[in-house]
Structures are given as structure tokens and as C-alpha cells.
Design a protein around this ligand. Structure first.
Ligand SMILES: Nc1ncnc2c1ncn2[C@@H]1O[C@H](COP(=O)(O)OP(=O)(O)O)[C@@H](O)[C@H]1O
Ligand SMILES: [Mg+2]
Length: 376
């Protein structure tokens, strides 16, 4: 007898610190996943600030971290409640929630002492929603010697079936690539900063959360010297498996590249940061998957028109053949929801006792079941 479809909710809040994407997913017996509805809530400025301050060491951080984990659980629970109301469903209709939490440290290079920390009071989330919560998806992969990131390639592989050599570029705060060669092995890795540095720079200069459609970047001129300086960071030439986060790329990193005697116009720096994201992603793609025929872009960066146009122009230079570049809308998935959907699928994988990491991606010793369950 065929098992019926089940309903899961994926909760994602990524390195951009923009807010929460809550996605209701219908998942079939073999993991076929579709988004039924979604709610995207920006963080309150208070929660965003608390989470932002936890990204680097500071006084009394254990207390502040536990409080932020509670506040995040409450904000997650509100998003779940709004989503259920929107589609007229009850908690009991949902098999489980897959909750990412907020990464505040990612230190995969410490051998036996390696760790990654996604803050979230998952017990409180289970208590408030009355739904099983699966959380802490990354730790087990790290325990098995992996990076615990990126975790989305396994989901991309089953979601974006293609008869072409396909690649997926997720442009969140950090950007990551999934390589899906026709009939070949799935690989993937973080390829560098996504929107994070551009967000930080426009916040510093204009107080805006992000550069709408990259319009400010388009007013500037790329500084080739600065671009070369930034691309010299050792992360870009490192061989996969590799992952990164705010631990590596942040405003202080950018200030250091700018140097103390910098006389760059602010909009030129923004233009250069746009090029940094597009160039580092495509250069990694050309190096590791020169046979790519199609690139699907997802994450909030897919909504940045200047980014999409630049990817097109740069791909023409880097690859000696045409490459089709589209957003995940073309595959019927809102780019902003792909990661949330992936975390619903990761919760399904846990419930089905299916390993969900790809050792070829994370560098783990083997396949592992990811996550920990806080029952309703
Ligand atoms: N219309 C837009 N124009 C430019 N950038 C956008 C737009 N919409 C979203 N973004 C960018 O996408 C980011 C959010 O992307 P998201 O995929 O949620 O990242 P994360 O997973 O790190 O939270 C925003 O911070 C912003 O930089
Ligand atoms: Mg986000």
C-alpha cells in the first residue's frame, strides 16, 4: 500500500539575518516535496540586533544566547501559527517542523573540537506549537568529521531533476553551489559571501537593510584593485569540502581589504561587492563544473536584478559557451522559499530515518541521520 503524503513545516533564518521563512510542505512517500504556502516575517529590530551582537564574542554571551534562543522560538512559533491560520490547518495536521535556528558560530576547522551553533530553544518551540520539532541538523555531520554545511545539496538533487548538467546557486547571506552533473555525482560547497557584505555596506552608509535590485551598486564603478584584493582571500582557492559564514566574512574583513588610506566612493565599493559575489560563484562553477549547461539561482539574491544580469554577463566571459541562467521560479519554486522547503525535507528525512548529509559535500565519514527531535 502506498504511504500517503504528509505535511511538514520548514523554518529557516539564514546568515542574512533578514527574518524567518516558514514554509508548509507536502512531502510524498519518496520525499517528493512541494510548497503549499508560506509566511515570511522580518525579524523585529530588537531580535535582529540581539542575534547580530551574538555573531562575535562579547560579555555575558551565554545568558544573551539563551534569551535570544527563546525569543527566536517565540518568533518561529508565531510564524507557524500564522501559517496554519492562513491555510486553515491545525497543529495535529503537521507531522513535524524542521527548524534551522540562527547560526551564531560556525567553526568546522577545529578537529575533535569542531562545532557549529544554531541558537534556538527547540523545546520551547515544541511546547508553543504542539508539533514535533526537529532541530540541530548540522552537529551530527560535524561529529562525523564533516563541515555540517551546506546541507541543501541533497534536497536540490532530488528537487531539481534535469536532463542537463545543472547547477544550483543559493545566494543567501553566504552563497553556496550544488553541482548536479547529468548522471554524475552530486557535489556542493559554500562559494563565498552572498548578500551579507552588500547588506552590511548599505546599512552602514544608508541605514537600509539591503540594496533593492542592486540599484545602488549600479550607480558605482567596480574597483578592479579592490576586487583582486578581496578575491585573494584564501577561502576562494580552497578545495571543497568547504563552508563559511559570518566568522570569515564581515564588515571588519571588508574594512581591512579597503585599508586605512582608502578613498573609495561608497557606491563603488557596493558595485565591487556585487561583482565579488557573482565572480566568486561563477569562477568556482567554471573550475569545478565547466560542463554546466544550466544554472538555477535561488535565495534572496535571486531577487536582485543587477545580480542576475551580472551573472549572465560574467558567465559569457568565463564559460566559452552559452549557459542558461534562471531563478528557481522557472522550476515552480519561489527563490525565497527553497531553503525553508529544504528544512521541511530534512525533518521528513529524520522522521523516515534517512541519512540526509552527502559525505561528498560535507566531508563527513559517512551518511548520517541529521537532527534531534523534541516531541510535541
Ligand atoms: N529585491 C531584492 N533586491 C536585492 N536584494 C534582495 C532582494 N530581496 C532579497 N534580497 C537579498 O536577500 C537577502 C535575504 O536572502 P535569504 O535567502 O533570506 O538569505 P539567508 O538565507 O541568509 O537569510 C536579503 O538580506 C537581501 O540582501
Ligand atoms: Mg533569510
Amino acid at each position: 500500500m502506498n504511504k500517503p503524503h504528509s505535511l511538514y513545516i520548514g523554518l529557516m533564518s539564514g546568515t542574512s539575518l533578514d527574518g524567518i521563512d516558514a514554509v508548509l510542505a507536502k512531502i510524498g512517500p519518496n520525499g517528493e516535496t512541494s510548497a503549499l504556502d508560506a509566511v515570511s516575517n522580518p525579524f523585529t529590530s530588537e531580535l535582529r540586533q540581539a542575534l547580530f551582537e551574538l555573531q562575535s564574542p562579547g560579555p555575558n554571551e551565554l545568558h544573551r544566547e539563551k534569551k535570544a534562543g527563546n525569543a527566536l522560538a517565540i518568533a518561529y512559533a508565531q510564524a507557524v501559527s500564522q501559517l496554519l491560520k492562513k491555510v486553515n490547518l491545525q497543529s495535529s495536521d503537521i507531522t513535524a517542523i524542521g527548524a534551522h535556528g540562527q547560526t551564531i558560530r560556525h567553526q568546522p576547522h577545529l578537529g575533535d573540537m569542531a562545532y557549529t551553533h544554531q541558537t534556538l530553544n527547540a523545546a520551547l518551540l515544541a511546547e508553543k506549537t504542539g508539533i514535533d520539532v526537529i532541530a540541530d541538523f548540522r552537529s551530527r555531520d560535524l561529529a562525523a568529521g564533516g563541515h555540517g554545511a551546506p546541507l541543501v545539496p541533497a534536497f536540490h538533487a532530488q528537487q531539481f531533476l534535469s536532463s542537463e548538467n545543472l547547477a544550483i546557486l543559493n545566494i543567501g547571506g553566504i552563497a553556496n553551489l550544488t553541482l548536479l552533473p547529468k548522471g554524475g555525482k552530486v557535489t556542493g560547497f559554500d562559494c563565498g559571501p552572498g548578500n551579507m557584505l552588500m547588506d552590511a555596506w548599505i546599512t552602514k552608509h544608508q541605514g537600509k537593510a539591503y540594496d533593492e535590485s542592486g540599484n545602488w551598486a549600479l550607480q558605482g564603478k567596480v574597483s578592479e584593485g579592490l576586487l583582486v584584493e578581496m578575491l585573494a582571500d584564501s577561502f576562494f582557492s580552497k578545495a571543497p569540502p568547504k563552508s563559511t559564514g559570518r566568522d570569515n566574512f564581515h564588515l571588519a574583513w571588508l574594512q581591512e581589504k579597503l585599508g586605512s588610506s582608502s578613498n573609495h566612493h561608497a557606491e563603488d565599493v557596493q558595485a565591487t561587492l556585487l561583482h565579488l559575489t557573482a565572480h566568486s560563484a561563477l569562477e568556482a562553477l567554471a573550475r569545478h563544473a565547466p560542463q554546466t549547461q544550466k544554472l538555477i539561482v535561488c535565495g534572496g539574491g535571486a531577487r536582485n536584478n543587477a545580480m542576475m544580469n551580472l551573472l549572465q554577463v560574467k558567465a559569457q566571459h568565463l564559460f566559452k559557451k552559452p549557459i542558461e541562467i534562471t531563478t528557481s521560479d522557472s522550476a515552480g519554486i519561489d527563490p525565497q522559499l527553497v531553503e525553508g522547503l529544504a528544512f521541511a525535507w530534512l525533518a521528513w528525512s529524520y522522521k523516515e530515518k534517512r541519512p540526509a548529509n552527502l559525505p561528498a559535500v560535507t566531508g563527513a565519514k559517512g551518511p548520517r541521520i541529521l537532527g534531534a527531535c523534541y516531541p510535541a
